[in-house]
Design a protein around this ligand. Structure first.
Ligand code: NDP
Length: 309
C-alpha cells in the first residue's frame, strides 16, 4: 500500500478526491489517499502551496512532493524540503492557457474593446491588420509559453518568443538571454508573459523594457505579478506607451480593492483564472509520477532548485 497525503487547502479535497482515486486505480496503484497521516508514514505528498503544511522535516519516508500548480515559487526555496519536487504540467493547464492568451490577444488585435464602446450610431470603420502584420511576443517558451506561441502562430500572428536557453520552434522567431530580450520586445505590439517567478525574472517588464514596445502596445500577464514593475507599467499606461493591459496575477493576491489597477480604464484585472489546474487531467500526471517513482523511473517535470523553476 502506498500512502499519499493530500496537502492542499482543505476546500480542494472535494474536487480532487475522486479524480485522484480514479487515476490511481487506472495506473494500477494500490494507494491509501488521505488528508491526514502520521508524517513518518507518508510516501508521497500531493501538494499545493496554499496548504498549511510548510515544514517537511518530519516526512522522513516521503519519496517525492508532487505540486498541483505549475508555479513553484512558494515552495522551491523551502529549506525543509529535501525530497524531489515535481511541478504540474498537463493537458488542462496548457489548453486553458492557450485559450486565455489567444482570446485576449485577439481581443486587442481586433480592437474588440473599441467596438464595444462605440455602439452609438457612429459608423466609423477601424480595420485591423491581418494577424501576419501584428507583432506578438511571448516571454517564456516553456510548456505554456510554447503552446501559446504555437497557437498564435497558427492563427497567423508574427510571433517572437524569448527564453533563458536557445530554442528552435517551427514558426516562432526564438530569442534567448539578456541580449535577446531587447530584440524580442522592440516593436512588439502585444506581449504575453509566461515566465516563472524567480529572482532572475523579477521586473522583466520595467521602465526601460516597456519603452522598447511599439507605442500603445498591449501587455498580457498570466505569468506572475513580480514579472512586472507595477509603477513602471502604470506610468507607461498613463503616458500611452502601453495602450492596454490584461493582468491575471499580482504581487499580492487577492489584489487589494484599492489597488490602482482595479480602477484604471486601460487595465483589465482577472482574478488568477488564466489557467486553473483541472483535477481530472492533473490527477493522471500525479498517478503517472507515483507509478514512475515506484518503478524506479525518473519523475516527470522535476523542478531545478538552483534555477527556481
Ligand atoms: P516552464 O518552466 O515550462 O517554462 C518557463 C519558461 O521561462 C522557459 O522557457 C524558461 O526558459 C523561461 N525562463 C525562466 N527563467 C528565465 C530567465 N531568467 N530568462 C529568460 N527566460 C526564462 O513553465 P510553464 O510554461 O509551465 O509555466 C510558466 C509560468 O506560468 C509558471 O511558472 C506560472 O508562474 C505561470 N502560470 C500561471 C497560471 C495562471 O493561471 N495564471 C497557471 C499556470 C502557470 P528555458 O526554456 O530556457 O528554461
Amino acid at each position: 500500500m502506498i500512502n499519499v497525503l493530500f496537502a492542499a487547502h482543505p476546500d480542494r479535497w472535494a474536487a480532487y478526491e475522486t479524480p485522484l482515486r480514479t487515476a490511481f486505480d487506472k495506473a494500477g496503484l494500490s494507494v491509501d489517499l488521505r488528508q491526514e497521516f502520521a508524517p513518518d508514514q507518508v510516501d508521497y505528498i500531493v501538494y499545493a502551496p496554499n496548504s498549511p503544511l510548510q515544514d517537511f522535516t518530519p516526512y522522513t519516508r516521503t519519496k517525492a512532493v508532487l505540486n498541483l500548480w505549475a508555479g513553484v515559487e512558494k515552495i522551491v526555496g523551502n529549506s525543509t524540503l529535501t525530497q524531489p519536487l515535481a511541478r504540474m504540467v498537463d493537458f488542462g493547464l496548457r489548453q486553458g492557457m492557450l485559450e486565455w492568451v489567444t482570446g485576449h490577444t485577439l481581443r486587442y488585435h481586433l480592437e474588440i474593446d473599441y467596438f464595444l464602446a462605440h455602439q452609438s450610431g457612429d459608423w466609423k470603420p477601424l480595420v485591423p491588420p491581418l494577424a501576419r502584420d501584428r507583432k506578438v511576443t511571448v516571454l517564456g517558451l516553456g510548456e505554456l509559453g510554447t503552446a501559446c506561441a504555437q497557437a498564435l502562430a497558427g492563427l497567423g500572428f508574427d510571433v517572437t518568443g524569448w527564453s533563458r536557453s536557445a530554442k528552435t520552434i517551427p514558426g516562432i522567431r526564438s530569442l534567448h538571454g539578456a541580449a535577446g530580450l531587447n530584440e524580442a520586445l522592440t516593436g512588439a505590439e502585444i506581449v504575453a508573459l509566461l515566465l516563472p517567478n524567480t529572482p532572475a525574472t523579477e521586473n522583466t517588464l520595467n521602465t526601460d523594457t516597456l519603452a522598447l514596445l511599439a507605442p500603445g502596445a498591449a501587455v498580457i500577464n498570466p505569468g506572475r505579478g513580480p514579472l512586472i514593475d507595477d509603477d513602471a507599467l502604470l506610468a507607461a499606461l498613463d503616458s500611452g506607451q502601453v495602450g492596454r493591459a490584461t493582468l491575471d496575477v499580482f504581487r499580492v493576491e487577492p489584489l487589494p480593492a484599492d489597488h490602482p489597477y482595479w480602477a484604471h480604464p486601460k487595465v483589465t484585472v482577472t482574478p488568477h483564472i488564466a489557467s486553473e489546474t483541472r483535477p481530472e487531467t492533473a490527477s493522471e500526471v500525479i498517478a503517472e509520477n507515483i507509478r514512475r517513482s515506484e518503478a524506479g523511473e525518473e519523475l516527470l517535470f522535476l523542478v531545478d532548485r538552483d534555477l527556481g523553476y
